[in-house]
Design a protein around this ligand. Structure first.
Ligand code: 9ZP
Length: 437
């Protein structure tokens, strides 16, 4: 069992680093990390991409299976980190619990293998990271989008509970967002088998902010504790901060024990208010069950998108609709209109696009066209799908690349430093994502 390394002649391969310079006389240096990792059992090779983050014992990377090009999120756990037997037990338990789960709203466990120095777990790669990342960019969510998140999580949780598993660590950072903008429950490191109340585990685990009062008071951990955490998730999505947050941990614990959270803002709908209050009930027996939540008015009344809006993944909400829309309108005119013999005609010169890119701020645009190349009807929308200029407002999922007199859509995508102005390029992206339905 060896960590496969590309043949080398005393110099590191690209992407490798040498172990820090050793004193003279030390045995030969070796590369610290190889970019290529081989599963010794199958011979499958994986290319290690960028670091996604760290968690527990693991460093997490993007990994590509070389033979198929499939991408995974990999947890790489160095053996040296597993200093106690219970560390290894914990990793093995996570693997044994997770590997048999198959549900659209639970992150997929793909495979695991061991090399000489690490245990490697390959998981479904969720291209839009987690709800924690998303909320850091957006601050809060509209009720319809929160409803969509909640529905996805509830379906995943229903699957886990039906299999006798409680997650025990539901929080925004463990709720991942796929490339198709669906929410998936991940990180089952703390998940445990449901036991009868008298023999329930009394260990305190999880992030303090989302811990249920009964877990804090070591009265055991049942499925109701996941409902409490889900209430905390819903509160955070709609209000922008966790319900039990304070600078002092003791203060947080006191608030949790009394289920004392700041008053719900008046703008919250009555059904959101009633569901939150029910989920954040101090007594576990009085909290709604997953089935009751799924049939609650908040989840059944009002529009629920199938997925989160793609726009969530890339841009913060437009700060001032007024200025931005006037900018977008000017952009549209400069890009697609020109006066000729007193008549307005559509044009598409790159020079104009560039001129706008340099003038522009941080707006992201998307275009769609509904007509033939000879008579282009261009809609210019902001990322939320709001029509800014053009004959009609298509739903984002109907974006199609605009082809104006043979110009390739991608050629018109322009970015300027960090502030990007995507034109037809971003609608091509929407189309790819939405086309995978
Ligand atoms: N992170 C920035 C700091 C560089 C990212 O850009 C990033 C990108 C991701 O996908 C492109 C991503 C996470 C962070 N995706 C992802 N992360 C997972 C994950 C699936 N997809 N998981 C599946 N099961 N558990 C999770 C978990 C471990 C692999 N993660 C993340 C948790 C922390 C880092 C990776």
């Amino acid at each position: 069992m060896v960590l496969h390394m590309e043949p080398h002649l005393g110099v590191p391969d690209r992407g490798q680093t040498w172990a820090s310079s050793k004193p003279v006389g030390h045995v030969a240096a070796r590369p610290v990390h190889s970019r290529i990792v081989t599963d010794p059992a199958t011979g499958n090779r994986y290319y290690r991409g960028r670091l996604l983050g760290k968690g527990g014992f693991a460093r997490c990377y993007e990994m590509m299976e070389v033979s198929s090009g499939r991408m995974f999120a990999a947890k790489v756990i160095p053996r040296v980190k597993l200093t106690k037997p219970q560390h290894r037990d914990k990793v093995e338990r996570e693997i044994s619990v997770h590997r048999v789960l198959h549900h659209k709203h639970v992150v997929k466990f793909e495979k695991h293998f061991e090399t000489e120095d690490s245990i490697i777990i390959l998981l479904e790669l969720c291209n839009h990271q987690s709800l924690a990342h998303l909320l850091r960019k957006r601050r809060v969510m509209q009720e319809a989008d929160a409803r969509c998140c909640l529905r996805h999580i509830l379906l995943g949780l229903q699957y886990l509970h039906a299999r006798g598993l409680v997650h025990r660590d539901l929080k925004l950072a463990n709720l991942f967002i796929s490339g198709l903008m669906e929410v998936k429950i991940g990180d089952l490191g703390l998940a445990t088998r449901l036991r009868p109340p008298e023999s329930r585990r009394r260990t305190v685990c999880g992030t303090p902010n989302y811990l249920a009062p009964e877990v804090l008071e070591r009265r055991g951990h049942g499925p109701e504790a996941d409902v409490w955490s889900l209430g905390c998730v819903m509160y955070t999505l709609l209000i922008g901060r966790p319900p039990f947050e304070s600078r002092d941990l003791e203060e947080t614990y006191r608030a949790i024990r009394h289920a004392a959270y700041p008053p719900l803002p008046p703008l919250l709908s009555p059904s959101a208010r009633s569901l939150l209050t029910a989920m954040l009930t101090q007594q576990p027996d009085y909290r709604p069950t997953l089935d009751e939540i799924l049939t609650h008015d908040f989840l059944t009344q009002g529009f629920t998108p199938d997925r989160l809006p793609l726009a969530f993944s890339s841009v913060p909400p437009v700060p001032s609709a007024k200025t931005d829309h006037s900018f977008l309108r000017r952009a549209f005119d400069a890009l697609f209109k020109r006066k000729e013999d007193g008549k307005e005609k559509v044009k598409h010169e790159e020079g104009d696009v560039k001129q706008f890119a340099t003038e522009s701020g941080k707006n992201t645009l998307a275009c769609s066209s509904q007509s033939s190349a000879s008579d282009p009807q261009v809609n210019l929308c902001d990322e939320s799908g709001m029509l800014v200029q053009g004959p009609s407002k298509p739903p984002v999922s109907q974006f199609i690349p605009v082809k104006l007199s043979g110009t390739s859509p991608v050629q018109m995508g322009i970015s300027k430093g960090k502030q990007s102005m995507y034109l037809l390029f971003s609608c091509t992206r929407s189309q790819v994502v939405h086309g995978e339905r």
